[in-house]
Write a protein that binds this ligand. Structure first.
Ligand SMILES: [Zn+2]
Ligand SMILES: [Zn+2]
Length: 145
C-alpha cells in the first residue's frame, strides 16, 4: 500500500490544498482568539487572559471560555441599571407627600389620611382628583366652580 498515494500527496494541487487548509485554520485560530478577547473585554472578564487561553488551547480554551464567561455584556448591565433607576423615578413621581404632615400620599388622594388636610378636589363632572387650584378638569375639560 505504501507509495500508492505518493503521486497524490506530492502533486501540486494537494500541496496547495493542504496549504490552504493550514492557512484557513490559522486564520480561524486568530479570529477566534481575537473574538474571545473582544467578547471577554465587553463582558468585563480578563480579555488578555482569555485570548491567551484560547490561543494556547484552541478548542479547549474556547469551550471553557464559553462556559465560564459572564452571562451579559457590561453595556447591557449598565443599560438595565439605568432602566431600573428610571422606573424608580417614575414610581416616585406617582407618590407625593402631604404638604402639612409629610406623610406619603398618592396623587389621587383627596385628603391626607394622616392629618385630614384637603389635598385635591374631585372634578364636578368626572370625579377625577384635581389639584385645588385647577380651574378646569384636564381629563374631561369641564370648568370647575
Ligand atoms: Zn397630612
Ligand atoms: Zn373632569
Amino acid at each position: 500500500m505504501e507509495g500508492i498515494l505518493d503521486p497524490i500527496l506530492q502533486s501540486g494541487e494537494f500541496i496547495l490544498l493542504r496549504n490552504l487548509c493550514t492557512l484557513f485554520f490559522i486564520v480561524l485560530h486568530i479570529a477566534l482568539t481575537f473574538w474571545s478577547y473582544r467578547d471577554a473585554d465587553r463582558r468585563g472578564a480578563m480579555g488578555w487572559f482569555w485570548a491567551l487561553a484560547v490561543f494556547l488551547f484552541p478548542l479547549a480554551g474556547w469551550a471553557v471560555y464559553l462556559v465560564v464567561r459572564p452571562p451579559e455584556f457590561i453595556d447591557d448591565a449598565h443599560e438595565r441599571e439605568l432602566e431600573i433607576r428610571a422606573k424608580e423615578v417614575a414610581l416616585q413621581r406617582d407618590f407625593e407627600s402631604c404638604p402639612s404632615c409629610r406623610q406619603p400620599v398618592e396623587k389621587d388622594f383627596l385628603i391626607c389620611p394622616a392629618c385630614m388636610k384637603k389635598l385635591r378636589k374631585p372634578c364636578i363632572e368626572c370625579d377625577k382628583a384635581l389639584k385645588l387650584n385647577w380651574k378646569v378638569c384636564p381629563f374631561c375639560k369641564t370648568k370647575q366652580q
